[in-house]
Design a protein around this ligand. Structure first.
Ligand SMILES: Nc1ncnc2c1ncn2[C@@H]1O[C@H](COP(=O)(O)OP(=O)(O)OP(=O)(O)O)[C@@H](O)[C@H]1O
Ligand SMILES: [Mg+2]
Length: 273
């Protein structure tokens, strides 16, 4: 079933520049989709449109087949959680604990369940010790972890991550990615839209929506996208290291097309000697 369907979506902040210029794509329930595109291509704008925080100039967004509109936005938003690109823009509580609590209060989670939920997710992102700290005093990466905990605590159907791990160190990124994958194991219905510049992260998604200047350039599997060097060059994307090596080997006449890891390619090079 289609969880999200975007049809001919257009949006402009002002009359000079159309930021989203006829966007079409859909996301099936339970899929993990990456949105990849250059700076200023409209990704964060798209995230806000999907959440109903901005209103389209024209075109439609359907969530579970229901048109997103002023009448349906409150109901639809209950299914979603967004982690903003800039974590400073999303803290409301005066402590980390209060901040995570705020989203739960909005969803009318009973007070007595709240404490356990808050600490469960703070623990998962490694931030439980900071529960009484002021969010504004945290480091960028710590803020992102709290924001991720706040989003996950809402137990959404649709999780939208806008560069949500951009300030995390490599270990932190890996941990959060593993955490998100483990949530998918628990809830196979969880739909994830991950806006990312990190091609190594996008590699693990089911599908990539490549956008350029507010339009969809291509929707395909990571395998297809990262094997298409002309497409990547055109869209200013550098493929993951493993694909750079793979594509070079193919250029050299070594059939690495079925290799998925560096180890497999090393093995292939040994065999081809
Ligand atoms: N509040 C705003 N008012 C006016 N223009 C805006 C506003 N927010 C974004 N823009 C413009 O809209 C375009 C798309 O911005 P957006 O933030 O959606 O891009 P992005 O793909 O998320 O970029 P990045 O990769 O840098 O995060 C840019 O040209 C930007 O300058
Ligand atoms: Mg952005």
């Amino acid at each position: 079933m289609k969880k999200i369907e975007v049809k001919n979506l257009k949006f402009a902040y002002n009359s000079k520049e159309t930021v989203i210029n006829g966007l079409n794509f859909s996301v099936e329930a339970g899929k993990y989709v990456s949105i990849l595109g250059h700076n200023g291509s409209g990704k964060s704008t798209l995230a806000k449109l999907l959440m109903g925080l901005l209103v389209p100039g024209s075109g439609e967004i359907f969530v579970d087949g229901k048109l997103l509109s002023s009448e349906t936005v409150d109901e639809i938003r209950l299914k979603m959680a967004l982690v903003f690109q800039n974590p400073d823009n999303q803290f409301i509580g005066s402590t980390v604990e209060e901040d995570v609590a705020f989203g739960l209060e909005n969803r009318k989670v009973p007070q007595k369940e709240m404490h356990d939920i808050i600490f469960k997710y703070l623990r998962l992102v490694g931030m439980e010790e900071f529960y009484d700290k002021e969010p504004s005093n945290l480091s960028g990466g710590q803020k992102q972890r709290v924001a991720i905990a706040g989003a996950l605590a809402l137990n959404p159907d649709i999780l939208i991550l806008d560069e949500a791990t951009s300030m995390l160190d490599p270990k932190g990124k890996r941990e959060i990615n593993e955490l998100i994958n483990s949530l998918r194991d628990v809830n196979p219905e969880l739909t994830i839209i991950s806006i990312t510049h990190d091609v190594n992260e996008a590699l693990f998604s089911d599908e990539i929506v490549l956008i350029s200047s507010g339009k969809v350039s291509k929707v395909a599997t990571p395998e297809e996208i990262f094997s298409d060097e002309a497409l990547l060059t055109k869209n200013n994307v550098i493929s993951p290291f493993v694909y750079q090596i793979k594509n070079r080997l193919i250029d050299m006449g070594i059939d690495a097309s079925n290799c998925k890891t560096m180890d497999e390619m090393v093995e292939l090079i040994w065999q081809s000697k």
